[in-house]
Every structure is written in structure tokens, then in C-alpha cells.
Design a protein around this ligand. Structure first.
Ligand code: ATP
Ligand code: MG
Length: 573
């Protein structure tokens, strides 16, 4: 048994008792259904034979009883299996999301895994289909076929054989249909995935598309994708449109064959067995109905196997290592970096033998050209990536030894590209930290005299904002993200300043907020603002992954040529 099957075998075995009961119920109604034609046969036989009405009434009563029982069991069964199938699906979804959100950043730098992650979420839908519509139905279908055959043979062997004449043909037909559909299903699934990705990407980049007048170009791409979708869907419908009528013909042929034999018998024996005829007509219908669905159900089983394997693969991925249990208690906030080297994808080092002391309670500014490795350095300090050479310590303990969650909780982070969630401003400020209340935020705004934060928002803190950049100006986004960091009140501040410039009012507000944010904290700032740079306790000049020079503004202006050039460029802006 392969590993993914073993995994899910145990996974599903938690629901063992419910699965058994589900199977039991499906067995029940596979048996009860085929009883009905038999009862009809008995009723008709009695009617023809006797004038004994009590037996007929009894049989009709039995028929009613069986029908009610069948309906009741079907109702119970459907409710029951749906309930626990949905539970399994819900758990799987939660587990997967939990997994994905805890995967190391590195996984998402490689788009392949990123796609795998989202695709796996849609794979759960296949499992849903398997559990709600397929698994138990397959059992019922097969059992029904065998039990109906059993009844038919029991009633009349030659008649049964006669009606089964077309069966080989039906089996071949079903197989061909199944194969055709499997391939089409595959195409449809792929195109749906691509289409969803395409639309999402385009909506996100809509401004650029408009700016470049690329609407027609994107439209064409979209049309091509949709055409694939159309073709595959149309082919599926076509394959159904030949399969279902052919199955209908098969049923008719079966009926004709057995009527031929019946006609022959009637002519020789001079009598016709009405009961048998009725039962057989019903049984033939009952026999071929499940066969019609089996093809489709097998396809679901097949794609479920693939889906389960992918889900398994995802669940087996290693999440961020949270095994080191060293707690962070009193954080002084001294960070030391010793001989640090790092590459993203094994090629050239992005950080090259960096050694740096970041003193507690002071501001360290990092400057350097684009691509010199500033953000990367911060990513390493935040433990977004591991697998580097050298050592990073916080308060003289290797950062790898801290419990990851506790460790990250020591930081307030303001990113280069501000992340806004869809929701209210308050929710964006809380960012999961419910200790921050609306009143608390308002008090903070008043005591710090930061009323400017809410200017432009009619509804104040409860103003709804949307995740895409549409509803907020660049300055507003920055203000929110810096205020978010202030509210978190962490000992260490990590700030990747955005480069774009903003109006002087907002700029003044932001500078004041930065001052408040970094006051008495260990602050590590990738700086682009003159004020931040000049006021910093020490400035680190980075160049192509190395540290070019360290010092205060005055010292560096004298000592470092790279810094001089850098500073001139900032002044020009
Ligand atoms: P900027 O001032 O433009 O923000 P930076 O100094 O912050 O630049 P980094 O983002 O650290 O620069 O990038 C340094 C180098 O690492 C760049 O050459 C970049 O292409 C590369 N790089 C950054 N992130 C990744 C990643 N996730 N995978 C691979 N390479 C990366
Ligand atoms: Mg950067």
C-alpha cells in the first residue's frame, strides 16, 4: 500500500464507525429496492390466480411498507453520510490551510509549490465529491446490480440470460465513455485552475493593464482560455449525448430480447405469466440504471486518488521549525550578526560575510542601492529564511534556539510593501491582536496627538477598506502600517521604509510617528528618509551583499565614498 493510502486509511479510520454504518445503510437499501418488483410479481400472480383478496391486500400493504422503509432509510442515509463527509472535508480544509500558512517563506518563492498549495485546496472539492456522491453510491450500485441479477436468475434463468445478451456491449460502451470523460475532466479541471489564476492576476494588476492599454491583449488571452474550456465542456456534453441514448437503446434491446423469448413461450404454452413480465421489465430498468452512473463514479474515484496523493504531499511538507522551546522573557534587544552569508537559490551569495552589532534601544539605519540585500538581511533576522552560514543572536542567544512564535512576537514589523487586509481600519490595526481595543486606539491617538491618522476616513476606525490598493492612498497605507507597529508595542522595531515620496503633511505625520515608534526601542530601519538616516545612532552602508562601512552620518560623509554618493542622490530627490 503506498504511503498516501496508508495515511488516509488512518485518517479516515477515525470515522470508522460512521463509515460502517453508512455502508450498512447502503446495503440495506440495495436489498430493499429490488424487493419491490418481486412483490409486484406476487401481487399480479395472486390477482390472476385467485379471488382471495386478503392475500392481495396483505401484499399491497407489504409493498407500501417496503416503499416507506426504503424512503426512510434513504433519508437517514443521505443526512448521515453528508454530515460526516462534510466534517472530513472541513477538517481537511482547515488542516491544509494551517499547513500552508506555516510553510517556510522559501516555498512560496518557487511558484510551483505556490500553485500546488492553491490547487490542493481545490482538490478537497474532489474528495468532497467522492465522499458525498460517490463512495457509498458505488457500493449501492454494485450491490443493486448483483441483487437484481440474483432475483432475476431466481425467477427465471433463460429469461435472465436473454435479457443479458446486450450486457457485454454495455460494458464496452461504459468503458469507452469513462475513458473519454476522464480525459475531458482532466482538461476541464486544468482550465478552471488556469482561468481562476488568470482572472485573479488580472484584477490585481488592473491598473497597470489600463495604463498600458493592454485590455485587448489580455482579452485575447482570456478568450483563448475560455475557448479551451468551451471545447472541453462541449465534448463532455457530446459524450453524454451519445452515451445516455445508447444506454437507453440497450435497455430497450434487453426488453425486446426477453419479450421475444416470452412470446415464443406463450405461443407454445398458450399462457402468459403477467407477474414475471412486469417484474422483469422493472428489473431490467433497475439493472441498467446503476451501470449508467458507474462510469462517472469511477472517474471521481480516479481523480480522488490523484487529489489524495497531492493533499498527502502537501501535508507532508515541512513547516517552519517550532521545536526549539527556549522562551523569550525579558528582551533587551541586542542583535549580533556574525559572519553571515546567505543565498536564496544556491547561486551567488546575496548576503556575503556580514558582521554587525545592533545595539539595544538605539536606531540602526541600513542604506544601500537597490538589490544590495537590505530586505534580505531583515528577512534573515526575522527568521523568514534559514539555511544561512554564520550566526545571528538576540541577547547573546542564537535566534534559532528561541521558540519561533515567541521570537517573532518580539518584533514590530513595517514592510516595504504595506499589507492591508479587507476589513475595517480597526481590524487592520489589531491584526489579530485583540488586546488592542477601539477605545485603546482612540486614547492612543489623543495622547500622542496623532489625529491626522484618521483624517480622510469618514467612518473613523470602522471605515471599511479593501485589500487591493484601490481604496487607500499610498500615504494612508503607510500611516496605517506604522501606526499598527506603534500599537503592538514591541521591543524591537524592524522597518523597511517605502521609497515613494508623499505629500508634506503626511510626511510630517509619518516622521512624527516614526519617532514615537522607535523611541527607546531597538530599531532596525532600511532608510530612505533623510531624517531617519541623519538621526540614526549608526548607519550601515550595504553594497552587493557586503557591509561597505558603518558609522554615524558625519563620520560616513567623510569616510565612505559609497555613502557620499548615496546621500547626494537622496538630497537630489
Ligand atoms: P531594495 O532597496 O530595492 O528594496 P534590497 O536591498 O532590499 O533592495 P533585496 O530585496 O534584499 O534587496 O534583494 C537582494 C537580492 O536578492 C536581489 O538581487 C534580489 O533579486 C534577490 N532576491 C530577493 N528576494 C529573493 C527571493 N525570494 N528569491 C530569490 N532571490 C531573491
Ligand atoms: Mg528591499
Amino acid at each position: 500500500m503506498n504511503a498516501s493510502f496508508r495515511y488516509f486509511f488512518y485518517y479516515f479510520s477515525v470515522y470508522r464507525r460512521r463509515i460502517y454504518l453508512g455502508i450498512f445503510l447502503s446495503v440495506c437499501f440495495s436489498i430493499i429496492g429490488p424487493l419491490k418488483p418481486k412483490i409486484i410479481q406476487l401481487i399480479l400472480d395472486e390477482t390472476v390466480k385467485t379471488v382471495e383478496f386478503t392475500v392481495i391486500y396483505l401484499l399491497i400493504g407489504l409493498f407500501l411498507l417496503v416503499t416507506i422503509l426504503e424512503t426512510a432509510i434513504r433519508y437517514k442515509f443521505q443526512l448521515y453520510t453528508a454530515e460526516f463527509s462534510q466534517q472530513i472535508v472541513m477538517n481537511l480544509r482547515n488542516e491544509l490551510f494551517d499547513k500552508i500558512i506555516h510553510l517556510p517563506q522559501r516555498y512560496f518563492d518557487q511558484t510551483k509549490v505556490g500553485i500546488l498549495a492553491t490547487r490542493t485546496i481545490s482538490d478537497v472539492e474532489t474528495i468532497n465529491d467522492l465522499l458525498t456522491n460517490t463512495f457509498f453510491s458505488l457500493i449501492t450500485d454494485f450491490l443493486t446490480i448483483f441483487i437484481v441479477l440474483g432475483f432475476m436468475f431466481y425467477i427465471d434463468v433463460p429469461l435472465t440470460l436473454m435479457s443479458l445478451l446486450v450486457l457485454p456491449f454495455v460494458i464496452i460502451l461504459t468503458y469507452v465513455f469513462k475513458e473519454q470523460n476522464r480525459k475531458l475532466n482532466h482538461v476541464i479541471r486544468r482550465v478552471i485552475g488556469e482561468l481562476a489564476g488568470f482572472i485573479q492576476e488580472n484584477l490585481r494588476g488592473l491598473k497597470i493593464i489600463k495604463a498600458y492599454r493592454a485590455e485587448d491583449f489580455q482579452n485575447q488571452k482570456h478568450q483563448d482560455l475560455v475557448k479551451d474550456f468551451y471545447d472541453a465542456n462541449f465534448k463532455t456534453i457530446k459524450s453524454f449525448s451519445w452515451f445516455l441514448p445508447l444506454m437507453e437503446i440497450a435497455v430497450t434491446l434487453s426488453t425486446i430480447f426477453f419479450i421475444c423469448l416470452l412470446a415464443y413461450r406463450t405461443s407454445t404454452l398458450q399462457s402468459i405469466d403477467i407477474g414475471k413480465v412486469s417484474a422483469f421489465v422493472l428489473y431490467i430498468q433497475m439493472l441498467y440504471r446503476p451501470i449508467r452512473f458507474i462510469a462517472d463514479r469511477f472517474n471521481v474515484v480516479q481523480s480522488s486518488v490523484v487529489a489524495l496523493e497531492r493533499i498527502y504531499e502537501m501535508l507532508q511538507l515541512k513547516t517552519e521549525d517550532t521545536s526549539y522551546r527556549l522562551e523569550l522573557k525579558e528582551i533587551k534587544g541586542t542583535i549580533k550578526i556574525e559572519n553571515l552569508s546567505f543565498c536564496y537559490q544556491d547561486k551567488f551569495p546575496i548576503i556575503n560575510n556580514v558582521t554587525l552589532n545592533i545595539p539595544s534601544g538605539k536606531t540602526t539605519a541600513i542604506v544601500g542601492n537597490t538589490g544590495s540585500g537590505k530586505t534580505t538581511l531583515i528577512n534573515l533576522i526575522l527568521r523568514l529564511y534559514d539555511g544561512y552560514d554564520g550566526r545571528i543572536t538576540l541577547d547573546d542567544v542564537n535566534i534559532q534556539e528561541y521558540h519561533l512564535n515567541r521570537y517573532r512576537q518580539a518584533f514590530s514589523v513595517v514592510n516595504q510593501d504595506v499589507f492591508i487586509l479587507s476589513g475595517t481600519i480597526l481590524e487592520n490595526l489589531q491584526f489579530g491582536n485583540l488586546n488592542i481595543t477601539e477605545q485603546g486606539v482612540l486614547d492612543m491617538i489623543n495622547t500622542m496627538n496623532l489625529q491626522g491618522i484618521l483624517s480622510g476616513f469618514e467612518d473613523g476606525l470602522s471605515q471599511k477598506i479593501s485589500a487591493n490598493s484601490g481604496s487607500l492612498s499610498f500615504g494612508q497605507r503607510q500611516v496605517i502600517s506604522i501606526f499598527r507597529a506603534i500599537l503592538q508595542q514591541k521591543q524591537i522595531i524592524v522597518l523597511d521604509e517605502a521609497t515613494a515620496s508623499i505629500d508634506s503633511n503626511t510626511e510630517a505625520l509619518i516622521q512624527r510617528m516614526m519617532g514615537l515608534l522607535m523611541k527607546d526601542k531597538t530599531a532596525l530601519v532600511i532608510a530612505h528618509r533623510i531624517s531617519t538616516i541623519v538621526d540614526a545612532h549608526q548607519i550601515v552602508v550595504m553594497n552587493q551583499g557586503r557591509i561597505e562601512a558603518i558609522g554615524t552620518h558625519e563620520v560616513l560623509l567623510e569616510k565612505s565614498e559609497v555613502y557620499q554618493q548615496f546621500f547626494e542622490r537622496i538630497l537630489e530627490k
